[in-house]
Design a protein around this ligand. Structure first.
Ligand code: PEP
Length: 250
């Protein structure tokens, strides 16, 4: 049985004081949740505040991105060791917004994932198709090429330590969620890619989260699917009550 994960991606939202206020409301609401792992990815500047207020709770903190070098003249970048030292246990890699606006490629996703693993972080590696791909019937093809160009470069041991988030780009921040059946189909397909590249055991142990307009009113239907091992939540993770409701259905 794969343990579910509910992760919140705050993107470029919340200052340090807003982060503290969120945790005072959220932590008590999920304090007795033992059904899933709970992760929150604040912006870099709010990570120390989040780590401090999450201490002693069941909530782990994540970065939203990482650079693959250990240190050096890379203005604006943050290394995996810096995230670890700040108290992060996870890091999101290859989010579609990074692919779309900041030049992230499958190759940089692979480099970042290896660096994150070497530092002891759990990477949440995102992939997913654009609306034009889905409409052209290319969803499996695109997901396979992102898988092959990205996480397929890992060793089997490295692969066993990552999470994958399937995030159809047309569903992110649009209010348009993939149906539970659409999500399930792609999760099954990705598991097949993992079996072909690594092994059946790696495929069945792999945790695949769904992301794309997950809300309190659609989480139940999504989590009813055995293929879905949790969710990566953007907008609805910014509100303590709505994110706690999502956690309660995992
Ligand atoms: C995301 O940012 O990964 C995401 C899925 O956003 P939203 O839930 O707002 O669609």
């Amino acid at each position: 049985m794969r343990r579910r994960v509910i992760a919140g991606n705050w993107k470029m939202f919340k200052t340090q004081s807003e982060t503290r206020a969120f945790f005072s409301a959220f932590a008590p609401l999920v304090g007795s949740s033992t059904n899933c792992d709970i992760v929150i990815a604040p912006p870099f500047t709010a990570i120390p505040a989040a780590v401090e207020v999450a201490k002693g709770t069941n909530i782990a903190i994540s970065g939203q991105d990482v650079f693959w070098e250990k240190d050096g003249a890379f203005t604006g970048e943050i290394s995996a060791n810096m995230l670890v030292e700040a108290g992060c246990r996870y890091v999101i890699i290859g989010h579609s917004e990074r692919r779309q606006f900041f030049g992230e490629t499958d190759e940089t996703v692979a480099k970042k994932t290896k660096a994150a693993l070497a530092a002891g972080l759990t990477p949440i590696v995102c992939l997913g198709e654009l609306l034009s791909h889905r409409e052209a019937g290319q969803t499996h093809h695109i997901c396979k090429s992102q898988f092959t160009g990205g996480v397929a470069a890992l060793t089997a041991d490295e692969f066993s330590r990552i999470l994958i988030a399937y995030e159809p780009v047309w569903a992110i921040g649009t209010g348009r969620t993939a149906t539970p059946e659409i999500a399930s189909d792609v999760h099954r397909f990705l598991r097949q890619c993992a079996a072909e590249r690594f092994s059946a055991a790696h495929a069945s142990a792999l945790r695949i989260l769904y992301g794309g307009s997950v809300k309190p009113d659609n989480i139940q239907g999504l989590m009813a699917q055995e293929e879905l091992d949790g969710a990566l939540v953007g907008g609805a993770s910014l509100d303590a009550k709505s994110f706690a409701t999502i956690v309660s259905f995992a």
